[in-house]
Design a protein around this ligand. Structure first.
Ligand code: DX5
Ligand code: ZN
Length: 223
């Protein structure tokens, strides 16, 4: 069944413990944590000490999305901080295959993220080595942006590649996910939906998560 991963980038950082408790009591499957360095993306978010604290507040899977240059330099530190899944950007790695092996060696699941301008075919030689592809459906760096429609075509291309190879790689969609487009996204073949604004800016975030969960369970294609 598809996974819902609320992104804490849109949460209230002054009340992080409450936000974690809310998520613990919700149908959220994973917590998506966006780390930004002000170099790979034009924004700075939060990092290791915050993730260490979040780790103590939840047993849910921590899905850490590194929007940082040379992420291999920090992989061990994120493992220690409590990341379960570590995703690095294809555009930020000079030696992506080495970084993938490094992350696996540290006992984490490994994801590769691709920006909107990066074609799916660049993944063909590493797709069998990874657990997840994060298809960015906005330009990374900020929450609250509009979903880029061409992402649907990229989901279909990636779904075809994964199915042709008989793999079980997750397709995660990150950016601009709402209750209105969630069905189309899972019908195209996605298995993980990240949702920031559409969860945390909702009047009732627990209900927003439940509604998303309900839509994706109804529309998923059994991948
Ligand atoms: C953007 C981040 C996203 C972001 C999504 O760079 O990777 O995870 O938090 O936020 P929404 O759902 O508001 O587009
Ligand atoms: Zn993200």
């Amino acid at each position: 069944m598809p996974i819902i991963a609320p992104s804490l980038l849109a949460s209230n950082f002054l009340r992080l413990a409450d936000e974690c408790n809310m998520l613990n009591n919700s149908e959220a499957d994973w917590l998506h944590l966006d780390v930004m360095d002000g170099r790979f993306v034009p924004n700075i978010s939060f990092g290791l000490p915050v993730i260490e604290q979040i780790r103590t507040a939840t047993t849910k899977i921590l899905d850490v999305h590194l929007m940082i240059e040379d992420p291999g330099n920090y992989a061990a530190a994120f493992a220690t901080a409590g990341a379960d899944i570590l995703t690095v950007h294809i555009e930020a790695c000079r030696n992506l295959h080495r970084n993938i092996q490094q992350i696996k060696g540290l006992g984490m699941k490994v994801g590769v993220a691709v920006n909107p301008h990066t074609p799916i075919h660049l993944l063909v030689d590493i797709i069998a080595d990874i657990d997840l592809v994060n298809l960015m459906s906005v330009n990374p760096g900020f929450g609250g942006q509009q979903f880029i429609p061409y992402t649907l075509e990229k989901i279909r291309q990636l779904r075809q590649l994964i199915n042709e190879r008989g793999l079980a790689v997750d397709i995660e969609i990150d950016g601009g996910v709402t209750l209105a487009n969630a069905a189309t996204i899972v019908e195209a073949g996605a298995t993980v939906l990240v949702a920031g604004s559409s969860v945390f800016k909702a009047a009732d975030p627990i209900k927003a998560i439940a509604d998303l969960k309900n839509v994706v369970n109804t529309h998923h294609i059994g991948t």
